[in-house]
Structure formats: C-alpha cells, structure tokens
Design a protein around this ligand. Structure first.
Ligand SMILES: [Zn+2]
Ligand SMILES: [Zn+2]
Length: 447
C-alpha cells in the first residue's frame, strides 16, 4: 500500500454506500493514516447529485422547489469556507490524534481487525455525541457550531453549512481514543460519521419504522434543527440515536418543526454567518461584570446570563407561532441568477485549486483562497443588498479578468474564452457605473 493515490479510487457503488455508512471493515481498513482516502472529497459528486435529486422530488411532489437560492448559496459558501484551511494544513482533528497516539498510547489495537473497526465506529459516534452536546451547552463551542443551525430551511444543502471554527474544539473529544485506537481506523470513521449525517437533512423522508429506535434519522435530526421549545437541546446523535435515549436528551418529532436559530441573524454574508457569535461573546464578555461571570459567558450555555441557570431559561426562548416569515433576499430574480452563475465559476476554480494543490506555491494558494473568500463575500453582499456590494463586485470582476490573463482561470469551453472576457468587461462596466451612482447619491438600496 505504497501508493495513496491508488487507494483514493472510490467506485460508484462504494460512493453511494459510504453516504449511508454501509461500508465493510475489509474495504476500509488501512495501516497508516496516509493511506486513508479523502472520502469527504470523493463525496462531492454525490452531494451534488443528491441535492439535485431532492430538488426534483420536491418539485414533482409539491409542485415547487422548496430550496431557496439565497439560503442554498449561503449553506454551500459555509461548506466551502470550512474546507479552505485543509489546503494549508492537515486537519487538527487528525494531527492532534496522531500526536497523542505516537507519544502517549497505552496499547495498540490491531488496525486490520473487524473488532477494532466496529469499536471505533461506536467510539467515534459516542465522542461525537458528547462534542455535539457540549457544542450546544458551552458558549465558546457554540460560536462555531451555530453556523450549522443558522439556516431557516431544512434540506440536503443545510448539511453542508459547516463551521470553520468547529474543528478547533471537536478534536478534544476524540483524543481519548488515541490512547489505544490506531489513527488510520479513526480517520476512516471520522469521515463516515460526517458523511452519514448528510442524508438525514431532508423533509422528504418521514418515518423509518423500527430504524428510528437505533439510528439518527431525518425525523430525529429535524427536531435537532428546530427552534420550537420542545426541540431545544435535543437529539445530539451522529449516526446512532441510542446515546440520546441513554443520556436523556431524546425527543421524538411532534408538532411542525420551525428551523433555525432562536434569534435569527438575518444575513447571507458568509463571514458574518461564521463569526458573528464570536463577536457577540466578545462584547458580552466585556459588558458582563466580575471575573466569574465573565468566565461563565464563555463556558456556560449560550442562553446563560447572571442569575440564570447554566443553560438559561426555557421561557426566554421565543415561542414558535407557525407564522414566522423566513428571512429572504430582496434581490431581483435576475440578480439571483447572476449570483448563481458567479458561484458556479468560483466552484470550478475551487475544485481546480483542490485538484492542483501540490503544484501551487503557498503564496499562489493564499491568493486563490483570498479570491474565493472575496467571491463568497461579494455574493453575500449582493444577496443582502448592501450599499458596498456594487463596489465590491466591480473590484472582484476586475480580479477575475486579471486571474484570467495570468492563466489562473480558464473558461470551461476554451473556444468561448472571448465570451468570458466580454462578459466580465460588461460586469465591470455595469457594477462600476452602479457604484459611481451610489457614491454620487449616497448609500441606498440598489435593485
Ligand atoms: Zn447541533
Ligand atoms: Zn444538522
């Protein structure tokens, strides 16, 4: 097993099965972590196919697509942002684990035994339960995890709405396993545990009968994403729901679930989605008097305040009326189509960057990442109809033309490269004129 690239091939049947954790020990056991395929990267075509399938099923059964462009783009943007650090470093969830394994392990379970494989499946899921529970009960961990809960819709794209910060706290919960479970086995299950949680983000599947007793299902996870009072701090399981049943956090789906944060953030700006709660903690920390109270701001629940219980007061959670209006972009349909086109161009660039990481210098990688962040931010500004959106988009289109001239961006159809240049020249002119007008008349709301 000297060639990791050879191990990277995942067949279509394996690809579908890995989305449901239906893998066998003998096809997913490796001696070293270097040999473990990047299953999450391999899953990209399955993510896209499943999202499109859900869209079609909803369209056929309900007569309209239930996904909203602004919400889906924000979820996909969060997914992309959360993957960018991996261009520069190996995930801290794996590096910290390897460090503990190499320096402090008590004994080594055999990497090629099915017993080790099944024990790790349980161990990763158990650790995930506690990480996830703490992510809802400890404010500083919630600062990362809240990203995943910020969508007011519930569909497969919501699963990809991931946090940039979450990794920096989750590794702690997995580290005890490094005392006896080989890193390669852990690295496999860490990925499958994450992939399993993709398909449960759907409203299409209602009830799975006896499977609901053991597995985390769409119904159980809908409750987890709800802001109805009965849904708060329930159903933390990753693959199995048994942990919630054992530790008293299980709740079955009852009345209609209303999704999202109890205090909506009302923005499609991807950086605000990622970091707004960190700033909230920062301001609360300085505004709260006394050392112990400041400490509590960081380590007690997001709903805590002086004089309240650790997890806050349930009566302070806004009651769901069923008449909630979803936060939507006021951008025109044409502008929404424009953002989808820009997102697609960026996605091709993002995929190409990941495919050629080894061939790119660190400086080039950094500049590419900055361009991706600029694109996602500009799309967020356009959807939010911010006054600075036009100026930002003018600059971004200028950068695209520069990247094109220096050979970093190639049109999908090379013969149409002149169309690419003309299109972005028109964009620069359009957004440039728009931003000049705004400068002349003062901030308003461009349509
Ligand atoms: Zn959660
Ligand atoms: Zn979820």
């Amino acid at each position: 097993m000297k060639n990791p690239e050879a191990q990277q091939d995942v067949s279509v049947s394996q690809g579908v099965r890995m989305m449901f954790y239906m893998m066998k020990p003998n096809e997913t056991s490796f001696q070293t972590p270097e040999e473990v395929p990047d299953y999450v990267k391999k899953a990209t075509p399955f993510f896209i196919s499943f999202i499109l399938l859900e869209l079609v099923i909803n369209w056929v059964c309900k007569g309209k697509p239930l996904s909203r462009v602004d919400d889906v783009l924000t979820s996909l943007s969060a997914g992309i942002l959360s993957r960018l650090p991996s261009l520069f470093f190996r995930s801290i969830e794996v590096t910290s684990y390897i460090y503990i394994w190499e320096n402090y392990r008590f004994f080594s379970l055999p990497w090629d035994s099915p017993w080790t494989w099944y024990l790790t499946f349980l161990g990763v899921d158990f650790a995930y339960y506690w990480f996830h529970r703490m992510a809802h009960e400890v404010n500083i961990i919630w600062a990362g995890h809240q990203v995943h809960h910020s969508s007011e819709d519930y569909n497969l794209s919501t699963a990809l709405r991931q946090s940039v910060l979450q990794l920096y706290t989750s590794w702690i919960f997995y580290s005890p396993m490094a005392l006896f479970i080989p890193p390669s086995v852990y690295a496999v299950h860490l990925q499958f545990n994450l992939l399993y949680q993709f398909w449960i983000h759907t409203e299409i599947i209602n009830n799975l009968g006896p499977l609901e007793l053991i597995l985390n299902t769409p119904s159980h996870h809908r409750v987890h994403h709800g802001k109805n009072r009965y849904c708060i701090d329930k159903n933390y399981g990753g693959t199995l729901i048994i942990w919630d049943r054992i530790f008293g956090t299980f709740e079955a789906e009852k009345e209609r679930v209303v999704y999202g944060l109890t205090h909506p953030i009302n923005t499609f700006d991807p950086l605000r989605v990622q970091f707004h709660h960190l700033f909230y903690i920062w301001t609360s920390f300085w505004a709260t008097p006394g050392f112990f109270h400041k400490f509590s701001v960081i380590f007690k629940g997001p709903g805590w305040g002086p004089g309240k219980p650790r997890l806050g007061l349930s009566e302070e959670i806004p009651e769901v009326t069923g008449k909630e209006v979803l936060f939507s972009s006021s951008a025109s349909q044409l502008l929404k189509i424009y953002t989808v086109v820009q997102f697609a161009v960026m996605l091709a660039f993002y995929e190409e960057t990941f495919a050629n990481t080894a061939a790119l210098s660190q400086v080039t990688l950094l500049l590419r990442v900055l361009f991706i962040i600029l694109t996602l931010t500009s799309i967020g500004f356009l959807l939010d109809q911010r006054p600075k959106a036009a100026l930002m988009e003018t600059l971004r289109c200028l950068v695209i033309l520069m990247l094109y001239r220096f050979g970093h961006i190639k049109p999908l159809v090379p013969a149409l490269s002149f169309v690419f240049e003309i299109f972005y020249s028109i964009c620069i002119t359009f957004w440039g004129v728009r931003s000049m007008k705004l400068l002349a008349t003062g901030p308003g709301k461009p349509k």
